[in-house]
Design a protein around this ligand. Structure first.
Ligand SMILES: [Zn+2]
Length: 143
């Protein structure tokens, strides 16, 4: 097998892992985003002058949501949106399993050095019904 073929197959395998990683989440990121944003009187999907989109803009904060595993990305986006809006940057990490708290620790470490806020949410904010489904109509738990 030539090298190009090997690389191609490797990428295919890698992709299938990424798809699996996303499939493991019970609820969509947007479910958490809309629930938190409504509870904090924010504007969801606020659009900046440069067309970038903030997950939630509150009176005091530009807030970026991400699943805990995407902790590194969340910091960059939050800091950028903070600059764009003149508000304090905030990361809200979505933690679905206890072992993911280690990602929160990493963001907390960064937040002290780079002066932004961080908190985490669990599916408690989704106010799940007795079948474990949340109220956001487009969530993957509805399919
Ligand atoms: Zn859901």
């Amino acid at each position: 097998m030539d090298l190009l073929k090997k690389i191609f197959i490797f990428i295919l395998i890698l992709n299938s892992f990424i798809i699996k990683a996303n499939a493991q989440y019970k609820h969509s990121e947007k479910s958490y985003q809309y629930a938190w944003c409504a509870q904090n009187n924010g504007i969801a999907e606020y659009i900046n002058q440069d067309k970038t989109r903030i997950d939630c803009l509150t009176k005091t904060h530009a807030v970026e949501f991400d699943f805990a595993k995407k902790w590194a990305e969340s910091v960059g986006q939050a800091l950028y949106y903070g600059i764009m809006t003149g508000k304090k940057a905030k990361v809200v990490l979505i933690v679905e399993e206890a072992k993911e708290m280690m990602y929160l620790k990493r963001v907390e470490k960064l937040s002290k050095v780079y002066n932004f806020d961080v908190e985490f949410v669990t599916n408690a904010i989704l106010k799940l019904d007795k079948d474990g489904r949340c109220s956001y109509c487009k969530c993957k738990c509805k399919t």
